[in-house]
Design a protein around this ligand. Structure first.
Ligand code: 8DG
Ligand code: MN
Ligand code: MN
Length: 372
């Protein structure tokens, strides 16, 4: 038998926003390993390293076939020495010793558990670990002061760490649509985030709300929230008001990545219906009548809708890469509000995502292919 093995050499563009990345990942073992290293870097406050591992993982997610040899990766961007070493280990022995050690590490496990509490960030988790708090039990026993978000997060820990399914997302959507329709007739509710990209599950459900008449959406969030609250749908909410003013941002102070829309981080009390979301909902006490679900609401004026839609559909890395492309390759500044062209010293208008990609000189990538 003659061994003439053809090994494809992959090549892919360097920005994630130039690539089509579906949910069909042919290199999940490799990308899981790199994502874990990214997560660990982020949990340790090393954001730069985190982004490097995220970029490496994203480059592999875009490949059309499984990688079997390191020599196939000559044309694949964003693979630094550290990432290549991990890839080599996984290809040769099925696992990376570094990644396996990380999975078992007490500090990493503790960081995951503690930041798994809604409202607990990397700094708080790190401080608690420094005080010897590594588990939820230790946290409950030692009783550090918790803010309102963290108390809700701890109370609903299990629910909020159980993935939200599409049927549950649809049920939340029905509630949000009823709320919006009631407080502002004509308001439009759009599912954004991971579900818009076609994911089957998510850690939350994200919505963008607007009204076709500019200005009618102003002040909508407090009304929406009080309707939801009065109907018993809210376990927790924190609303931020809109603080974006184009004139004030101006070219001299380009809009930052943090957006200024009316925005609400919430925990919904979602009634459990027969035939939906049953898995895990049972347990000792039989099926519960409701579950807690994280929901993010954003309100945008219709003039900024396309930018908000693009900015909130994700993935996070895809968004980051779009902004990097805009800045480094186009001398433009992209935010979830607007696109500013520094060469022309003016804002570029758009009423669809397609127009924004065109302004950026990029081929249009639909949401289902933004899973970088
Ligand atoms: P998941 O919930 O299914 O786990 O994933 P996801 O839906 O992709 O992630 P997400 O954390 O819910 O975030 C959804 C998108 O919203 C993502 O592209 C990042 C973006 N986003 C935030 N916060 C902010 C923000 O403050 N400003 C802007 N412009 N975008 C944000 O999560
Ligand atoms: Mn989401
Ligand atoms: Mn979200």
């Amino acid at each position: 038998l003659q061994q003439t093995e053809e090994v494809e050499v992959f090549s892919t563009p360097s920005y994630a926003c130039q690539r089509r990345t579906t949910l069909d990942n042919h290199n999940a073992v490799l990308t899981d390993a790199l994502s874990l290293l990214a997560e660990n870097a982020e949990l340790s406050g090393e954001d730069g390293r985190g982004v490097a591992f995220r970029r490496a993982a994203a480059a592999l997610k875009a490949l059309p076939l499984p990688v079997t040899r390191l020599t196939q990766l000559g044309g694949v961007p964003c693979l630094g020495g550290h990432s290549l070493r991990v890839i080599k280990d996984v290809l040769e022995s099925g696992a990376s010793p570094e990644v396996e050690a990380l999975r078992r590490s007490e500090r990493f496990k503790a960081l995951k558990v503690l930041t798994g509490i809604f409202g607990v960030g990397v700094k708080t988790a790190g401080r608690w670990i420094g005080e010897g708090i590594l588990t939820l039990r230790q946290l409950r026993d030692s009783g550090p002061t918790l803010n309102r978000a963290q108390r809700a997060g701890l109370r609903h820990y299990d629910d909020l760490n159980r993935p939200v399914g599409r049927a549950e997302a649809a049920a939340v959507a029905a509630v949000v649509e009823a709320a919006a329709g009631s407080v502002l007739p004509g308001a439009r509710v759009t599912l954004i985030g991971g579900f818009r990209r076609g994911k089957q599950t998510g850690h939350d459900v994200d919505f963008l709300i607007t009204h076709p008449e500019e200005g009618r959406e102003a002040g909508l969030m407090p009304k929406l929230v009080s309707w939801l609250d009065s109907q018993g749908f809210l376990l927790y909410q924190k609303t931020n008001s809109n603080s974006y003013l184009e004139a004030a941002e101006g070219p001299a102070r380009p809009a930052s990545n943090m957006d200024r829309f009316e925005r609400c981080f919430s925990v919904f009390k979602l009634p459990e219906e027969a035939g939906r979301g049953g898995a895990g909902a049972g347990g000792e006490g039989g099926p519960r009548p409701w579950r807690a679900v994280r929901v993010d609401l954003v309100v945008s004026p219709v003039s900024q809708f396309a930018f908000a839609l693009l900015g909130w559909t994700g993935s996070k890395l895809f968004e980051r890469e779009l902004r990097r492309w805009a800045g480094h390759e186009m001398n433009m500044c992209l935010s979830s509000h607007a696109l500013y062209d520094h060469r022309q010293s003016r804002y570029l208008r758009a009423s669809s995502e397609e127009e924004i990609f065109a302004h950026l000189g990029l081929e249009y990538i639909p949401p289902s292919e933004r899973n970088a």
